[in-house]
Design a protein. Sequence first.
Lengths: 20, 255
Amino acid sequence: KEKHKILHQLLQNSTSPVDL
Amino acid sequence: SDGDASPTASSVAELDHLAHVTSRSHLETCQYLREELQQMSWQNFLQDEVESYQSKPREGMWQLCAVKITEAIQYVVEFAKRIDGFMDLCQNDQIVLLKAGSLEVVFVRMCRVFDSQNNTVYFDGKFAGPDVFKALGCDDLIASVFDFAKSLCSLHLTEDELALFSSFVLLSADRTWLQDKLQVEKLQQKTHLALQHVLQKNQRGDGVLHKLRCKVSALRSLCSRHTEKLSAFRAVYPDVVRTHFPPLYKELFGG
């Protein structure tokens, strides 16, 4: 999980393209 | 609907729905909307601007491209999250599919911002030819990326078709380290049927589907060549990669 921390965060967060 | 090349009447509604949902997800996350693209002046970089990119230090140009790729990939991650069934996969498989496929989808999406007539792509605010990327020291890879975009553009895919093809690429069931290959295979098969259905509906014929399937191996080759170039760059500039490259880029391609 540590190895893909940001990918995990992006997958878990309900972001929208405007937030990126 | 379970593998039959000609879907039954009852599954047509299902495929239409999948096509609709995928297309909406694509349009919601495609970085540049149609209207924005129409408003872009399709302005090319002037010669002195080209020269200024060419005279950048190699590491500076690599860093700029890594940032641009990472931005594009963030939109692809959002697209993946909205693909029917993707978030139901285990997290390992979500990561595996994105690690292997996100750059491939960036290359697919590139045809939306590619000007075939001038052989230029939208980059850093204007349209850039291959010569803008000279400082990277990857002329052969850049030429292949442009050739790929030109060839995909020549198919004149609609947004619906592009959306389903992007989804098909992301849901590749043959990626190494997948835990539930079968589940990914099911999703990919359904996407393939929906793509076939939409192509038929748009009276495109089977030739386009065949051409798209051939593009899959071209995409893999582009991505493995990108990884090779990055390794070669990192061997010379390890500190630049470690301290200046976007963390997401390093997670995806850092090995």
